[in-house]
Design a binder for this molecule. Structure first.
Ligand code: HEC
Length: 130
């Protein structure tokens, strides 16, 4: 090995060590986090539980934390049928023939929530009084 190659090796070596240490640190961090969260079997959320989280973060600010009550801007929507939720969330529209509770046009579509229409429907159904 020529001396110039050797010195290049030496220059690279600490970098590798640092990456290895970082990788170990990340792995240890994940292991620690798993140990804290992972007391007991892994928690799987029901569609209604997922829908509640989606509702609280995306809808409650305008509607109400309790979907049975009117909110700051939007009406009560507990028990809303899937077709209505889909039309509103995907297109800010209404299903054909539906009579809106409000005549305003304030709500915007939130189409990135497409994978959660079923979850929202499950939550809003569960939240409605039987
Ligand atoms: C920016 C405020 C805002 C946000 C955020 C919002 N909405 Fe709305 N929503 C409204 C308003 C206001 C109306 C009444 C019509 C209008 O003005 O667009 C409405 C109407 C609705 C209706 C129809 C009610 C009816 O029977 O006429 C449904 C269903 C609905 N929203 C569902 C949702 C869901 C589900 C989310 C969250 C994924 C959401 N909205 C997020 C403001 C909002």
């Amino acid at each position: 090995m020529r001396p110039s190659q050797e010195s290049r090796r030496a220059a690279i070596a600490p970098g590798r060590g640092a990456i290895a240490a970082l990788a170990f640190g990340v792995a240890a961090g994940i292991a620690a986090a798993t140990a804290v969260v992972g007391c007991g079997p892994p928690r799987t959320l029901t569609p209604a539980q997922r829908g509640e989280a989606i509702y609280r973060t995306n809808c409650a600010s305008c509607h109400n934390r309790d979907p049975n009550l009117p909110g700051a801007l939007g009406p009560a929507i507990a028990g809303a049928p899937r077709a209505l939720i889909e039309a509103r969330v995907m297109h800010a529209a209404y299903p054909a023939g539906y009579h809106p509770r409000r005549q305003t046009h304030l709500m915007r579509a939130l189409p990135w929530l497409a994978p959660h229409i079923d979850d929202l429907t499950a939550y809003l159904a569960a939240a409605a009084p039987r």
